[in-house]
Ligand binder design. Structure first.
Ligand SMILES: Nc1ncnc2c1ncn2[C@@H]1O[C@H](COP(=O)(O)OP(=O)(O)OP(=O)(O)O)[C@@H](O)[C@H]1O
Ligand SMILES: [Mg+2]
Length: 291
């Protein structure tokens, strides 16, 4: 097992640090991620990403690729920055006041943060399922049909009907809602709402799907359906999933990324992370010594 120091700051002679040097040192902290953060066939490339909420830095110098037809699981203790990092990939952090993202992020080698980027089509290409389900205040049908309508994917009723049914089936919700498609999405149970949001995300056939703990409100049957769906989707798409369930990460992902205090400590193929982690912090987390 390789061991390394996490916070490598510039060398400063003991006792000579001023408050200003202290803060420079904090900003210059670099962690070298161990393992395999890069991919030969990257769909998404992130380089030296830093994220700040006001003065507080939540993500420190993270570099990672997510490959085509790959599922990357992101794990780590609560508050380590998994959701923050995920939101960078389709600019959802733009919607959070005081949040600032630095670094190079590309989708198919095109900048995600370029001045000409229109976030509406970007978010259709890079869809997201949030930690808390957030159905629109519309009918079940319209929750799913909305995206295909506004992105011009389908306009005729028959086409929309087909997309709605197909998306709800794939999300494992169709049988529960097929007789009440005109009822409000917000009237469903929490787990049903989450599956509705998954159906809404896949209805526009995104190229990348970001999932932030998509199964935390689901029972084991619905969870199994979503895990099967992730496997199916991988044939055509790129997926990043945040999960607190190591079993889930092990079941659905090819590579796993371990975050710790806003730093990306280790990325390796999933089996290595769970059976023979390279970094001592990863090992401590997966063996339940913290987190
Ligand atoms: N909207 C926000 N405003 C200010 N600080 C935030 C905001 N969202 C997150 N943070 C801070 O950024 C850090 C990372 O939070 P984040 O939600 O990304 O963690 P997480 O790994 O997703 O945690 P969890 O597993 O609990 O969901 C935390 O210190 C958190 O307090
Ligand atoms: Mg989170």
């Amino acid at each position: 097992m390789t061991t390394m120091t996490l916070n490598v700051g510039p060398a400063v002679a003991a006792g000579t640090e001023t408050a200003e040097q202290e803060s420079v040192k904090t900003n210059a902290e670099i962690v070298k991620t161990v393992g395999q953060p890069f991919s030969d066939d990257a769909k998404l490339k992130m380089r030296n990403v830093n994220v700040f909420y006001g003065e507080a830095q939540a993500i420190h110098n993270v570099s990672l690729d997510i490959g085509r037809n790959e599922v990357v699981a992101m794990i780590g203790p609560s508050g380590c920055g998994k959701s923050t990092f995920l939101r960078c990939l389709n600019r959802m952090n733009d919607t959070i006041e005081g949040c600032r993202v630095e670094g190079e992020l590309t989708l198919d080698d095109e900048p995600i943060y370029g001045p000409k980027v229109d976030v509406v089509p970007l978010r259709a290409r890079v869809g997201m399922v949030f930690q808390k389900p957030n159905p629109f205040p519309k009918s079940i049908y319209d929750n799913v049909a909305y995206g295909p309508k506004i992105h011009g994917i389908a306009s005729r009723r028959a086409e929309l009907d087909e997309i709605v049914e197909n998306s709800l089936r794939r999300a494992g919700l169709w049988n529960e809602v097929k007789d009440r498609l005109d009822k409000p999405g917000t009237g469903l149970s929490g787990g049903q709402q989450q599956r509705l949001c998954i159906a809404r995300a896949i209805a526009v056939s995104p190229e990348v799907i970001l999932m932030d703990e998509p199964c935390s409100a689901l029972d084991p049957i619905a969870t199994a359906r979503i895990e099967e769906l992730i496997d199916e989707l991988r044939e055509n798409y790129t997926i990043a999933i945040v999960t607190h369930s190591m079993q889930q990460a092990a079941r659905v992902s090819q590579r796993t990324a371990y975050f710790h205090l806003g730093k990306l400590v280790e990325v390796n193929d999933t089996e290595t992370v769970f059976t023979n982690p390279e970094h001592e912090l990863t090992e401590a987390y997966i063996t339940g010594r913290f987190g």
